[in-house]
Design a protein around this ligand. Structure first.
Ligand code: SF4
Length: 339
């Protein structure tokens, strides 16, 4: 019989699972902090859990984490891990340090069905959702050696298409008796699955980043086929609704700068016009090449001009520096391995 991985279970789910094997709620209450605050690798060290209970735990459950088959280190301090799941599939997960924070970028699916043209992950066909244990175990992996201040769900996959498992993970990350992250330190990035964002995600109050990448439906649909279902007008309305219902200060729009495709002065002016009455922030992202990528990134001058144009129209704009480019760990460059 396959053992159940406990890493991704909330306390309530743990209590229910334990009942199935004759364990009680108190056992679950004792085990929970060992998993999430002491990051225990084994049931053996759970000193306040009776020996007989530990035996049942060992026979039926596991705290297994994915194996790291490759760890790459960038010259800028970024690290990328290829983490192998039990079924042989693997995903990439990234640690990004900078002067003020340490961020980890987490994957939620093996492959991705959304198929954005600019994205390396999107070239790997969708295999399956990661379980909540597989998602949170990426955080366990980094936490074992490093302290983490911020978490972004921007790795492989569309997080909101794996909402049930994501939702478990968010509950655990925000739980004061588990990982105790502030909701302001967690960002979910979406290609624009907006009804899920508003109806389900808003209750967690975490930050939302929507991949916009174009100021016209024509260009966005070319880059992201999902735009045919959720066009820009719907995204803007949803962003405002999310801001209100999640009680966050603003929603971020991500905008990849693609040379001669969406980075001209006209593009910047159109974007400024589109967002002028929106309570939002724009993250401009330098496009990072990967083998076979169909676009080139903007040069620095063009990116700076684009940023200046938005700022001159009072759009809150941040031109983000990419990190980990030399190890293909930057935005849109991740790719796992599927069996
Ligand atoms: S950008 Fe995100 S949603 Fe689009 S293909 Fe890549 S992983 Fe999937």
């Amino acid at each position: 019989m396959q053992k159940i991985n406990l890493l991704g279970l909330t306390l309530e789910q743990l209590k229910l699972k334990f009942l199935e094997h004759g364990l009680c709620a108190l056992d679950a209450k004792r085990v929970f902090p060992w998993i999430h605050t002491k990051l225990a690798f084994s049931f053996d060290i759970m000193s306040d859990v009776p020996l007989a209970v530990r035996k049942i735990l060992k026979n039926n459950y596991t705290l297994a984490r994915p194996k790291c088959s490759v760890l790459q280190k960038s010259s800028d301090g970024t690290q990328k891990a290829l983490l192998e799941m039990e079924d042989g599939n693997s995903v990439e997960s990234v640690f990004i340090p900078d002067a003020r924070r340490t961020t980890v970028c987490i994957s939620t699916q093996i492959g991705c069905a959304v198929g954005c043209k600019f994205c390396h992950s999107g070239t790997q066909r969708f295999i399956r959702n990661l379980s909540s244990s597989e998602i949170i175990s990426q955080i366990f992996f980094w936490k074992a050696e490093k302290s983490i201040t911020n978490i972004v769900f921007m790795g492989m996959g569309e997080p909101l298409l794996n909402f049930e498992n994501l939702s478990n993970v968010l509950s655990l990350l925000l739980n004061k008796k588990a990982h105790n992250f502030s909701r302001h330190k967690i960002t979910i990035s979406t290609s624009g699955i907006i009804e899920k964002a508003i109806t389900n995600l808003a209750k967690f109050g975490v930050k939302l980043a929507i991949s916009l990448h174009a100021s016209s439906d024509e260009k966005r649909s070319f880059l992201m086929p999902i735009n045919n279902r959720y066009p820009i007008k719907m995204l803007l309305a949803a962003a405002e609704e999310y801001r209100k219902s999640s009680n966050t200060s603003c929603v971020t729009f991500e905008y990849l700068l693609l040379r001669d495709f969406n980075d001209t002065e006209i593009d910047a002016l159109e974007l400024a016009r589109l967002l002028k009455s929106c309570n939002c922030k724009v993250n401009l992202i330098m496009y990072n090449n990967w083998p076979g990528a169909p676009f080139f990134g903007s040069d620095e001058n063009r990116a700076n001009e684009f940023s200046r144009t938005l700022l001159s129209h009072n759009i809150r704009t941040l031109l983000r520096k990419s990190k980990g480019i030399d190890i293909l760990a930057a935005c849109g460059q991740l790719k796992g391995k599927s069996t």
